[in-house]
Design a protein around this ligand. Structure first.
Ligand code: CA
Length: 230
């Protein structure tokens, strides 16, 4: 019994270490400061190779507290700014997108090797719906809305990772768009969340039987897609 308990304790310690459940942070080396104006629901960020980071803010999500009625926004922050307290800049959005219902969630940036054009993919939940917006970063502080993508398989998108000018992988954090059915799958312990691949030529479930998935990203080589669960 003692050995069993010790083994259980050891496994728990290893498990906590592996999952980074808790760890000591060297606070004296951190230089943190609050980025003003984006404290209302900053949800995701994606970083270009030159250190410019896009940040999605103002998410309103069922069951989650919302601290502002303003529509969502996209900010940009230069992570290599030598200023010890850099400020985030709100990006102007041009095009046909309804900004009053803009509700950005996961985001991902993609650079086209052919002409170095920069595209920002944004999960959007207007009126609690689920769709993906593709923008082109056209000027210093401007996003041009190019396209809205919606599809029955993209019913509860949380995060996204762009792998081409019009292609991406996305996580559905609900098994069903219907909250009652989704809650039922949680109570029954049924892992029915999915990862969906989208391109203009093909839309398919890339992975299924997953539970409580949220963030998604890729390795620098693009050979592996990683999905994170909560
Ligand atoms: Ca993300």
């Amino acid at each position: 019994m003692v050995c069993h308990c010790l083994l259980k304790g050891f496994n728990l310690a290893v498990f906590r270490e592996m999952t980074l459940a808790s760890r000591e942070m060297p606070l004296k080396h951190l230089k943190c400061h609050l980025l003003k104006d984006i404290e209302y629901g900053a949800e995701d960020l994606t970083i270009l190779g030159n250190g410019l980071a896009f940040i999605s803010t103002g998410l309103k999500y069922p069951g989650m507290p919302s601290f502002s009625d303003d529509p969502g926004k996209i900010y940009m922050l230069d992570l290599l700014d030598p200023n010890p307290k850099p400020t985030a800049v709100e990006l102007q959005i041009k095009g046909q997108l309804d900004l009053n219902s803009f509700n950005p969630h996961g985001i991902s940036v993609y650079t086209d090797d052919a002409d170095s054009s920069i595209y920002l993919f944004v999960v959007n939940h207007p009126h609690h719906g689920s769709q993906v917006e593709i923008f082109q970063f056209v000027e210093e502080n401007t996003l041009l809305h190019l396209k809205t993508i919606s599809h029955p398989l993209l019913h509860s998108v949380n995060d996204i990772v762009a792998v081409g000018v019009e292609s991406f992988y996305a996580t559905n954090d609900h098994s069903f768009p219907n909250d009652v059915l989704h809650t039922l799958t949680i109570l029954l312990g049924v892992p029915w969340c999915t990862v969906v691949y989208y391109s203009p030529e093909e839309v398919r479930v890339a992975a299924n039987e997953l539970c409580c998935i949220h963030n998604i990203t890729y390795s620098m080589s693009y050979w592996y897609i990683s999905v994170f669960m909560k």
